[in-house]
Design a binder for this molecule. Sequence first.
Ligand SMILES: [Zn+2]
Length: 176
Amino acid sequence: MDHLWTPWRYHFITSAEKSDRCIFCAFQEEDRDEHNLILTRGSHSFVILNRFPYTSGHLMVVARRHIPSLSDAQPGELEELILTARDFQLALETLYRPDGFNIGFNLGKSAGAGVAGHLHLHVVPRWQGDSNFVGVIGQTRTIPEDLKTTYARLREYLSQHPFPSRDAASGPSPAR
Ligand SMILES: [Zn+2]
């Protein structure tokens, strides 16, 4: 699992050296979501593309509050994190036709969290053979679609498919 869960941390470690501020807190306060690759903002969470994606479409559902772990989260926050992950799983299935997903939390630096201390849920589309390819070529990953393209595709999808999780009252899953 090292290959899957650690690549992006190097980018964030590098970024973090420039500032002591948590980038997830900083990005939320900024008013430039496209630049920051923030796709949506909810009541308790926001969704951002990973700047160093493992695969095309790799995104993160991030808690709005700077809390380090699930045990610090309120039920409403946990609910929104999972419902939003569900919505983006559906979006990514529609747009990218992956064979599967890794969806998970890294809590703490020792677990591979790039932004330790601020709860976020990775959603990583997977294809047959993607990790095999990584294994063959060592540290180099497959080159995903460029981030601006991924951002534009997902934003276009969102404009046409309102997600129930982003509404005040959560409805049933959209028709598939
Ligand atoms: Zn933070």
